[in-house]
Design a protein around this ligand. Structure first.
Ligand SMILES: [Zn+2]
Length: 389
């Protein structure tokens, strides 16, 4: 592979930048995002970055630097809003917090790679850059059962050499155009200091731009983080405002109708239209333009959008991962993942569960047992009541 990789020298050593940016040509021959925010490669055969959303008034909703050991409150909040997002996970953190990574899949979020050690990718050799991506893909596969097909470079540091290596691994490169700089807030090493007020002003700028029509033709991708409690709380605080300013908040892959976000084919997420249609017509408490009589029953929607059916869970529990001795090349899990949440794994399963028998047609055995038990209890209760009366 080395021979076909664009011949661009590493811009540093072991992921640490060398300062070459100060002498880098203004013509930007490498399409180096750090120098020019270039997202359209200059090397032939390299796919352009994803830095905006094709759908108008749409925000590609995502968070970097997870999984986070204390992200349950944040993920609970997203669940309460039936909101899915793209989560850019650091490989080494996935190994430290595997249960938290599993939750993202169980909740229906889209997982992308955010490298193994979160350093400057252009400052790695070809082999090191390959390792940063490949080992993260394998860690996510090991823990969740799924292999990502997208990645985001830490600090946005990517050039055509790194893009090419990612592309050969089957990874789409996802950047952004709006940064709320939540990751820099309260960090004493940052000069000049970034305050929470600065971060809120950055959120407000994106919200104001959406409200004033900036994204009426092309949607936006914004950089935010699940890095720490402050960044997650700030995301929660701003969610209602973003949801009001944009027509749609969707995972990046959904905006691109990427219905198969992973290498494995037993998982799918909805198209943009399906996501939008279902969100508007079935699950939102916001009045919609056509009345309830025009809303098709859930079973019809499930037939129309089979990806919304509850898939059989294939997420391994942590003990299962440990039992495999941490083997990266281990076989895909075949059990139904007793440790995973029973709410399913695809785009709107959280929404569809309990809304009709159609949603349960491919449910797990445990779910069926629970429902039978519930029915038995109800019948027993009615019987007991009849005896008493
Ligand atoms: Zn990051």
């Amino acid at each position: 592979m080395n021979a076909s990789i664009p011949a661009i020298a590493p811009k540093g050593t072991n992921g640490a930048p060398s300062g070459v940016i100060d002498t880098y040509p203004s013509t930007d021959p490498d399409c180096w995002w750090s120098a020019s925010q270039c997202t359209t490669p200059k090397a032939s055969g390299v796919k352009p970055d994803i830095a905006a959303m094709p759908e108008p008034r749409t925000l590609g909703y995502g968070f970097d630097d997870g999984p986070n050991c204390s992200h349950n409150a944040f993920y609970d909040y997203l669940n309460s809003k039936q909101q899915k997002a793209t989560m850019f996970y650091i490989g080494s953190s996935v190994m430290i917090w595997p249960l938290q990574a599993q939750r993202a899949v169980a909740d229906g979020h889209e997982i992308c790679v955010h490298t193994w050690s979160h350093r400057s990718m252009t400052a790695f050799t070809n082999e090191q850059a390959f390792g940063e991506l490949w080992y993260t893909m394998q860690a996510i596969k090991l823990v969740t059962g799924y292999t990502p097909t997208c990645w985001r470079p830490p600090l946005g540091d990517v050039d055509d050499r790194i893009r090419y290596i990612a592309q050969q691994l089957g990874l789409d490169t996802v950047l952004w155009k709006y940064d709320v700089f939540d990751w820099e807030a309260n960090d004493p090493s940052v000069t000049p200091p970034v305050t929470p007020q600065d971060v809120q002003a950055n959120y407000d700028k994106v919200i104001a731009a959406a409200t004033s029509g900036t994204f009426n033709t092309t949607g936006a991708i914004m950089l935010a983080h699940e890095l720490n409690n402050y960044t997650m709380q700030t995301a929660i605080d701003n969610y209602p405002k973003l949801a009001a300013a944009f027509d749609h908040l969707v995972p990046v892959g959904v905006g691109y109708n990427k219905t198969q976000p992973y290498v494995e084919t037993n998982y799918s997420q909805p198209t943009f239209q399906a996501c939008e249609f279902l969100a508007l017509n079935l699950f939102s408490s916001i009045p919609v333009t056509f009345g309830p009589l025009h809303r098709p029953p859930l079973i019809v929607l499930l037939r129309r959008f089979p990806s919304y059916r509850r898939p059989k869970l294939t997420i391994p529990i942590f003990a299962d991962v440990a039992a495999r001795g941490g083997s990266v090349a281990g076989p895909p899990p075949s059990s139904s993942g007793a440790g995973a949440k029973p709410s399913g794994t695809s785009g709107s399963n959280t929404k569809s569960s309990g809304s009709g028998s159609g949603a349960q047609t491919t449910g797990s055995g445990a779910g069926v047992t629970l429902r039978v038990s519930g029915l038995t209890l109800v019948l027993a209760f009615i019987g007991a009541l009849a005896l008493v009366l």
